[in-house]
Ligand binder design. Structure first.
Ligand code: BGC
Length: 404
């Protein structure tokens, strides 16, 4: 191992100026960019500490072509909380409080205790309902209070549970079906409200054969089936994290970097202003320089506006570009994740050809990093990378493979 390190170092020194610019001459004379100098976007799972949520800036500062594309997680938690509070404000207490005990009892599906999207939603929900007790962990909640039809009513989190599948995967919809079934038996008509960190788990709850009919239920993501369920009166509300804006931005940032853009242009061109091909994402996005994060905005969806979120509408601001064709390798942490497979991946597949990016997608099993990492190979054959990690603190494992 040691010997190899010395050899690589020596070659790098010999390469001098050529290596310093991140490229070398191939035998044929064409410039070869080293993997360590290629564009890299982390998306959907922000490199961070699973316990504290602190952003992993070592990974984010890997090179000056490293960025994160996601959405405003904390803002989204607040949007979900507000959506629930607004619903309760105009609800009929006599109907809502099923056992008439003067308390609103709710159960909470937690996606992944180590993922900051999930943490932010648990926090947003608990803060809105007054049950926040300083931690996003399951079970750490206090009695809250909320206005129902103008009257302050006590709120109790009957149980909050991380939905981990039997295979160890997180955000698991089947685990939510089982949990809901158990909760309906255990708590009966104490359950007045069901809240979930995502739509997949909310739809999973609705699958439970003993789901208490008519009990309001909220999810997150605005997946196509969830939007239809709102239209059908089964799901009460969800939050759109604007998957089209995120998928396009993931690809647009890579496109900009491949095209040699630098500085502010990387996160502006095609995003807040048209790029050289005339493309621009229609939705507003925000760039946070301190974490190198480009974020989409969240919007609440319920019975009053669900029709605006029906599947199939794509961003007309993105048209076929004349950019040179380039190759991107993209990982997805779990092929069974409902949001990524039913919303994010179809959007990526729609926009990549428009941006002339030839995208190779490799998918993991949602529990072992190796399921993704082992397919993160032949790196020299790609011009750029987009990474969705199984664990949010695995950034270093991918960067290690990009070292040379
Ligand atoms: C989505 C979840 C999804 C997770 C995967 C979140 O932003 O809301 O539905 O399971 O990303 O990382």
């Amino acid at each position: 191992m040691k010997k190899l390190g010395v050899a690589v170092c020596a070659v790098a020194m010999l390469g001098g100026a050529v290596f310093a610019q991140g490229s070398a001459e191939s035998a044929g004379g064409a410039k070869v960019v080293q993997n360590k100098d290629k564009p890299l976007v982390f998306f959907n799972r922000q490199p961070s500490d699973p316990t504290t949520g602190a952003i992993d800036m070592t990974s984010m500062n890997w090179n000056d072509k490293t960025f994160y594309v996601g959405f405003d997680a904390a803002g989204g938690g607040a949007v979900q909380g507000q959506l629930i509070v607004d619903y309760l404000a105009s609800a009929d207490l006599a109907k809502l409080d099923r056992n008439g005990d003067g308390k609103i009892g709710y159960v909470l599906c937690i996606g992944d205790v180590g993922h900051n999207d999930s943490k932010a939603r648990t926090e947003g929900i608990r803060k809105a309902l007054g049950t926040w007790n300083g931690s996003t962990d399951p079970g750490v909640a206090k009695e809250g209070s909320v206005k129902v039809g103008g009257k302050a009513v006590a709120v109790v989190e009957l149980e909050g549970k991380a939905m981990t599948g039997t295979d160890g995967s997180t955000w698991n919809a089947n685990a939510a079906t089982d949990a809901m079934s158990g909760w309906a038996t255990k708590f009966g008509d104490q359950i007045d409200l069901v809240v979930s960190n995502n739509d997949g788990m909310a739809m999973g709850c609705l699958q439970a054969s003993n789901y208490p009919a008519g009990v309001p239920i909220f999810g997150y993501d605005a997946n196509a089936d969830a939007i239809e369920a709102i239209g059908a009166g089964k799901l009460t509300g969800t939050v759109s994290q604007n998957v089209d804006a995120q998928a396009t931005a993931t690809l647009q940032v890579l496109r900009n970097l491949i095209d040699g853009l630098t500085g502010a242009d990387v996160v502006k061109k095609g995003i807040t202003e048209p790029d050289q091909y005339g493309n621009k994402i229609s939705a507003e996005m925000e760039y946070r320089a301190d974490t190198k994060a480009l974020l989409a905005h969240n919007t609440g969806v319920n019975a009053s506006n669900w029709q605006n979120y029906k599947a199939g509408s794509r961003d007309a601001g993105i048209k076929q570009s004349s950019a040179p064709k380039k190759k991107v390798l993209l990982t997805i942490y779990n092929s069974a994740d409902n949001f990524l497979s039913s919303s994010y991946l179809p959007a990526l597949k729609y926009y990549a050809p428009l941006l002339n990016l030839d995208m190779t997608v490799v998918q993991g099993d949602g529990q072992n990093e190796a399921s993704c990492l082992d397919k993160f190979t032949n790196l020299q054959g790609f011009d750029a990378f987009a990474i969705n990690m199984v664990k949010t603190n695995s950034g270093a494992d991918y960067l290690d493979k990009l070292k040379y």
